[in-house]
Design a protein around this ligand. Structure first.
Ligand SMILES: Cc1cc2nc3c(=O)[nH]c(=O)nc-3n(C[C@H](O)[C@H](O)[C@H](O)COP(=O)(O)OP(=O)(O)OC[C@H]3O[C@@H](n4cnc5c(N)ncnc54)[C@H](O)[C@@H]3O)c2cc1C
Length: 285
């Protein structure tokens, strides 16, 4: 049974690309950058992975046709392109998306998913990055114990990294479980990425981290065009505007599409206030 979309609308822009493009254009008009993400993950049918690849390509073309009203920046999940079916099939799909991205000067971020695909995602990224250094970036998760090594791999490549805490449920031997340690690791990785990496995306809604990043860059004379903050659509929208007003880059990740349920459930799991918000909207409906 499919849940009604109104439950997810705080976190998901719309179910179709046609309804999402104006949302992204409106955000951009307020001075925010955007990343569009067609939702969906862990596809096991090759036909669906091919369809997903075609949808990503159509999205890149639709953004390109907007004549600059919408940022040429999308996020994709490799598990949508067949990563769990066959890595070489996934790689072929990724090449096709990146070729269109290159032709249209679009940036494609590879989202990071569960630890079952971390090494595969980093390795596939390393395969395509040399050919598309301006068009592809990756996400790394501060809660994973391996991330220090992945950051070193990415700094070596001068690849663009979005740093987030990590949204999946992972076992204690692979991921830190407590917030103070995750924040500590986040800040360590942030410093490495800002000093040795290339234009990192600091993706968090956490005031402690945001404050520490601002303090670090101010104390070390790091210009605000060396990195950007990133937040999710519908979360802390006032803070998004105030960070942009302070002169920092602020990018909003705008998810859309009818396969929104896994993304929506991760947002509910990470913050109990989000559950209350959805419940209160249900009763208002
Ligand atoms: C742009 C972007 C892209 C992402 N991409 C990925 C990805 O590819 N892979 C992945 O695993 N995860 C991804 N994530 C999710 C990420 O890993 C975290 O699960 C998610 O961002 C929650 O962590 P947080 O640091 O934002 O804050 P949280 O841990 O949710 O919150 C920490 C603190 O922040 C403050 N806070 C948070 N929300 C609010 C609010 N609404 N109002 C007031 N205070 C608030 C509170 O003080 C709270 O205690 C992404 C996140 C962002 C922002």
């Amino acid at each position: 049974m499919k849940l009604p979309f109104f439950l997810a609308r705080k976190f998901v822009a719309a179910e179709t690309v046609e309804k999402t493009l104006p949302v992204a254009a409106a955000l951009r008009a307020t001075g925010l950058s955007t990343t569009l993400d067609l939702l969906g993950e862990y596809i096991s049918d090759p036909k669906l992975a091919t369809q997903a690849k075609d949808s990503y390509i159509s999205l890149v073309k639709a953004i390109h046709s907007s004549g600059g009203a919408i940022d040429k920046n999308i996020s994709i999940k490799l598990s949508m392109l067949g990563q769990k079916i066959d890595e070489s099939f996934c790689l072929d799909n990724l090449y096709e998306v990146l070729q269109v991205a290159k032709e249209t000067n679009t940036f494609v971020r590879l989202d990071m998913e569960g630890t079952d695909v971390t090494e595969s995602t980093v390795s596939l990224f390393e395969r395509v990055h040399p050919e598309y250094p301006e068009n592809v970036g990756i996400v790394l998760q501060a809660y994973l114990k391996r991330t220090g090594d992945d950051i070193a791999r990415m700094c070596e490549l001068k690849a663009r990294v979005r740093l987030c805490k990590g949204a999946y449920k992972e076992p204690a031997h692979l991921a830190f479980q407590d917030m103070p340690t995750i924040r500590e690791r986040y800040l360590e990785h942030m410093e490495t990425l800002i000093t040795k990496g290339r234009f990192p995306g600091i993706a968090t809604h956490d005031d402690i981290l945001i404050g520490a990043v601002k303090q670090y860059v101010s104390q070390n004379g790091i210009a605000s065009d060396r990195f950007e903050f990133q937040m999710l659509f519908g979360i802390r929208t006032d803070t998004q505007q105030s960070i942009a007003a302070e002169g920092f880059g602020m990018r909003v990740y705008v998810p859309f599409g009818d396969m929104w349920y896994p993304y929506f459930s991760r947002r509910l799991r990470e913050r109990k206030e989000n559950v209350w918000f959805v419940l209160s909207n249900m009763f208002r409906k």
